[in-house]
Design a protein around this ligand. Sequence first.
Ligand code: SF4
Length: 520
Amino acid sequence: MRVHLINPSDVAFGIGVITPRWLYVIAAATPAKYGDPIITDETLEQFDPETIRPGDVAGIGIHTANVYRGFQLGRLLRERGAIVIYGGIHPSLYPDEAREIGKAHGVVKGDGDVVWGEVLADCVAGQPKAVYDGGRVDASRFLPARWDLLPKKAYMWASVQTVRGCPKHCSFCSVWRTDGQVARQREADPVVQEIVQLRRLGYRFIALADDNFYPVTLRDIELARKQKNKEREDYLIGLRRERFEMMERLAELPKDMVLFTQITMEAAEDPGFLRAMNKAHIRGALVGVESVTPEGLKSVYKEFNASGDALAARLRVFRENGVHVLGSFIFGLATDDPSTFDATVALAKQADVTFAQFVMMTPFPGTVDFDHWEKSLGEGAERILDVPVTRYWLLPGHARPKLYMPHPKMTAEEIRMRTQAVWDEFYSFPEIWRRSRCVKALKSRLVFMLISKLYRQMYANTGIATDSARRQTSNRWARWLAKPCRLFFQAKPMPDLAVPGITRPAFDIVGNSPMRGVER
Ligand code: SF4
């Protein structure tokens, strides 16, 4: 029996932007007696079904966006004799669908870090269970990824996780429901060791694949104090202290390293935290701005964000303290109207964000918005190719609506066109050139322009355009731009780099966790 781990994708750019971390974590969770898993990331190249032998296990990780391709693969591989197991957020929510449509033998719900060994043992015994509940694994049991299995020269950024879970409850987001609202923070040692291993391999850009890097706000602590809840206050202060301790350790990494994370805008209240991030080489963060109006923020349960001029000022605090912002905005909220688009792009400029993404409101399963939407349509939901629109992920990409929730003031096409226009404006050459002043040397400014254009091609045209010719052209452009961009991201390997200030070895640096070699 061989173990295949597959990240499905319809679109391959030849070079990946960020390593899909789950592949290498589940590889680490694969007991050594089954050999190294065969890893395929379809954002690099399509999986070759010829490599499957009867009795092999195919572990397919899916989220809502790649369900269609994932199920296509699962059906094909089962026909060829593989034992098909799905994992990831989507099948955790819809295990029956994965069995009925994706032809799964088994589904792993929740975290796979611990339960994967049991799944494989059952596969070997020829008795995989229909459902495994991996639950929410404690941070002390998160496995370091098997970076020794990374293909060479394939990705621009590697990914390491420092925390799972987010205490907020935004209506369009499933993280707080799937990963939970309690921050599960890893200790500094295993995080630093993974990063050092990656730098040894030549990765100097690392995405911290965290749900929310700032899980405790000063306001949370103040509230616990006012409520005289000493236990909670101490707990929150402890979590906050751990963040600072980890950042102190990260500060000792080589000077050329650049880390990026996701964070809430609340961190602007805490310049000391932002400065610690900068010292820790965390030079950028995705900040979910979502809407520039108070009504829009209220509609997505994100009233903790600022709006208007206060919003621009808050976002600038990040930059002033050395953290660049990738602002994320949503269009198509019921409170939006045609003026929202211009106001948003003006705000993004005024706030000095370095990058921005503009997404159209989509009800993702597992979210409050999805529940409301599904309930509002009931049995009468429109059917496309005989699939109810509330199961849109079962449709091929070209058949999916661009907007799912009817808007009170604009048509779906108007929202799509205006969103496309905002991308065009924000990523026009003059605008990118203006923003490229954030780096000094001419060469760096040119690289900044190249990366901005690549980002736009990968995420705007391929996702928003309805016209397949435009999508294909964009895809070709992205493939072409990705090659020189990767050269910029790669660094000379540092095989002898020492782990700074190790306090306790969490795993052997060649990629083996203490659990490797023993029965897992
Ligand atoms: S959108 Fe961000 S802040 Fe809101 S719940 Fe999700 S992870 Fe947390």
